[in-house]
Design a protein around this ligand. Structure first.
Ligand SMILES: [Zn+2]
Length: 378
């Protein structure tokens, strides 16, 4: 993974590139920010930039021996420390990240934006906890004491450093105080308040912000089989996180927009036969899809309201992907709405989203919700 394949984050890439090119890269760099913004992909791209035998000012070449190995996460001078289960299932045998690396490579290849929850569920169905252990840190110290095999430097990537146990943190701190030569450490964390201040103070800290909606749309369109219109729907729900976006993409198949337009027409007319049919159809969808559809509807209402007051040039980015028919619909629909109606619809939809998460009967829920919306829209 090189910098160009990491979504957005141009400022962070610029800092990393500059530090590496001018030999001012700190021994330890902490990339922190919320889940799914690209902290791990950035660390991995930085490792490739360090190892590349033919890099330019912008990026690694992607073709040299080092790049090819690093692309497969097989470079002998890139070491990973991952949150893992400390012991082998049903035995006392200690495990290290190396025991999980094959799994990690497979899942990273499928989705470089995998979240720690997804990592946990790929490893086990049971609700076990993941840790960075003392055993793993000792193992790392041994590996780090060796000279680089092929590159001029070793790169250590520690994913989710906040998962480190207290015992391991003390040992790691010593490692940070006396770093081995030719070694660069990248740490990633979602929550820096869980880290020892002594660890924090020894790192260069780089904040990785949420992604822009357009960056998520571009990434989904390039890396997943998805139409730009659907990508825009998902990006609007993902709140700057590609992990969330990819999770949504895995459960939703058809675009929500035509369903939403149909539904609003049905609610407006208020014919019970149509409401009944629609509620039956919606209740046959997966629970995840139903929830996402309600979230989408809340989002669309908000946008429909702003649609009437914005000119075409300043429409929200997800509107850029609407068909002429959809644009026409929102133009007309927004004429029916005023602030009071919008507020009532928001409250009603949010209430029903909550009921849905509490396992309410889906058919009844969508049926009564449609009736309520009918009353508001009249
Ligand atoms: Zn290269």
């Amino acid at each position: 993974m090189n910098f160009s394949t990491v979504a957005g984050q141009e400022k962070v890439k610029e800092i990393l590139r500059k530090n590496i090119l001018t030999s001012r890269l700190a021994h330890a760099t902490l990339l922190y920010g919320k889940s799914g913004v690209g902290k791990l992909p950035l660390a991995i791209a930085a490792a490739q930039y360090i190892h590349c035998e033919n890099r330019n000012e912008e990026d690694a070449c992607g073709k040299c021996r080092a790049c090819i190995k690093q692309e497969k996460l097989l470079h002998p001078d890139t070491h990973f420390v991952l949150p893992i289960f400390p012991k082998k299932h049903g035995s006392n045998e200690n495990l290290t990240s190396d025991d999980f690396i094959e799994n990690f490579r497979t899942f990273f290849k499928k989705n470089p934006y995998l979240s720690i929850q997804q990592w946990l569920s790929t490893l086990s169905q049971e609700n076990k906890q993941l840790f960075i252990t003392i055993n793993d840190i000792r193992h790392l110290q041994k590996k780090a004491a060796l000279k680089p095999f092929e590159s001029h430097a070793k790169v250590i990537i520690i994913w989710h450093i906040e998962k480190i146990t207290n015992e391991a943190a003390n040992s790691f701190l010593k490692f940070l105080e006396e770093p081995p030569p030719q070694t660069f450490i990248f740490l990633t964390a979602e929550d820096t308040t869980l880290l020892l201040p002594t660890i924090l103070s020894r790192c260069q800290k780089i904040y990785v912000p949420g992604l822009y909606t357009q960056e998520i749309i571009n990434y989904l369109a390039q890396n997943h089989e998805i139409t730009p219109a659907k990508a825009a729907e998902i990006a609007a729900l993902a709140q700057g996180s590609l992990s969330t976006a990819i999770e949504i993409q895995e459960v939703t198949t058809q675009p929500f927009s035509p369903i939403f337009m149909d539904w609003m027409r049905i609610c407006y007319k208020g014919l019970l036969v149509e409401i009944d049919n629609w509620a039956k159809k919606m209740s046959s969808e997966s629970k995840e899809n139903q929830k996402l559809f309600l979230q989408f509807s809340i989002q669309k209402l908000r946008e429909a309201f702003t649609f009437s007051i914005l000119s075409d040039n300043s429409s929200p980015s997800s509107f850029l992907y609407l068909s002429q028919e959809e644009k026409k619909f929102f133009e007309n629909f927004s004429k029916f709405l005023n602030l009071e109606k919008i507020n009532k619809m928001f409250t009603t939809l949010e209430q029903h989203l909550y009921y849905l998460s509490r396992n309410a009967n889906a058919y009844m829920l969508f049926y009564t919700l449609s009736l309520k919306l009918n009353t508001i829209l009249k």
